[in-house]
Design a protein around this ligand. Sequence first.
Ligand code: NDP
Length: 517
Amino acid sequence: MAGVEDRVAPQTTNGAPASADDIVVTNPATGREIARVPDLTAEQVAELARKARAAQPGWQALGFDGRARIMLRAQKWVLDNRERVIQTIVSETGKTYEDAQLAEISYAAAGFGFWAKNAEEYLADEKIKASTPLVAGRKLYRRFAPLGLVGVIGPWNYPLTNSFGDCIPALMAGNAVILKPSEETPLTSMLMAEAMRECGLPADVFQIATGRGATGSALVDEADMIMFTGSTATGKKVMAKAAETLTPVSLELGGKDPMIILSDADVERAANAALYYSMQNSGQTCISTERVYVEAPVYDEFVAKITEKARTLRQGDPSGGPGSVEVGAITFPKQMEIIEDHVKDAVDKGAKIVVGGHRRAGDGTFFEPTIMVDVDHSMKAMTEETFGPTLPIMKVSDAEEAIRLANDSPYGLAASVFGKDMKRAEQVARRLEAGAVVVNDAMLNYSVMELPMGGWKASGLGSRHGAGGIRKYTAEQAIMLTRFAPKKDLHMFPYKAGRTKLLGKFFGLLYGRGKRD
Ligand code: NDP
């Protein structure tokens, strides 16, 4: 992985001249500057939106086949250029090569193929059968029309998956898209804009608005729909802003995903899964396992196994490439303050750290993989999103206590349950308040593009993937076609007592018959 930083050498983009307000992009694993990008003003975002609206009708007119052709080329581009994409992701996030390959490259490659293949079917006209005889003989359809301009606002933890990934279905639906990546990680999005141009996407159909929060806010004013991924606090601001123009929003927000280990679980698999799904991407995944509840009979065995495994994790600058480290850097420097605060708060209230527990000295932003026990719900580590490589583990007397504690959270993104008795494990799963629940696994459901992924409670509104994951980028339209009809229907003017009574009898016959209590 030599030369990562040469490849993304300091640059400005979008044709804007370098200025003192430029955003400095830093490699969090080294602390070194790797690029500068412009901070677009509201006027510049409005100009991008004007160009996008001019380009969108031509893109829509290409039809599903024409659009799919470009997406399939882009799928190949991502695979052919995967080293370059991975290096860009690794250098701006500090994540490992493996995390970039598994959760970003494979997601984008799958996404291009999935939406190219399925968009047309998900958005095809749906024939509706009416139950009312008032419209007998009419043809009825439900139709999905592109909205026009979709704004995607992305976070820094998955610059390809969570920022660019949402643009694929929005584009396949026939919209123009403006993506506002996080100011921490704009380079992957810019690389994808270059890729889409190379693959033949018409000019201005997909544009990047680099900038800070105000740039995102300006995009909310311009777009016909906003897909937002990030914190619950910012999601609320985006929704409030969108309310001013009645712009629809889809929000994928924070989580505090619980894992429940039942007493009949395969403890070895549960320990491997808990470690991986809490430490993968340095715990900076919205559906990271953030807390574990273990039934008392297997608690000691589980803690012993995960402790031993956590001690073997290698952490550091991931620029050594494949196989060099398991845990990378903390992408967003401010996140370090939250992680340290949660660990300190837990220790102050009686938690015991069995592995890790500290910020690492030296270059880059690293927090040691950390396992905590003797935790409870008075601690922030059990109730607030930590978004770091930390895992608090709590002993519970039984599944009832685990369910009660798992649901004791403002969040409801995802959850997991481990147990060999599938019936019992599924019963527990169905009682958890979360948009996705997985038995004897975690997080992998995200790779199933047919399966909806969205949060309950403070974890969001709307969902990704499946039919809902593309229909949200459209305006639903009801079409009724009347071909054969009399000159005048019975209910039209002028009103006459006889006809009114006849209609009354008709409704009585229609809805008044049949048995009921
Ligand atoms: P934010 O929610 O603040 O940022 C997400 C995106 O929204 C970024 O592109 C950000 O721009 C932009 N933004 C910020 N303010 C506004 C605004 N007023 N209007 C429109 N867009 C805006 O997340 P952070 O990056 O600050 O992370 C904070 C917390 O969010 C983390 O600690 C973590 O708990 C959680 N998080 C959750 C994620 C998830 O996948 N659900 C992903 C990332 C974070 P900019 O970056 O330039 O400020």
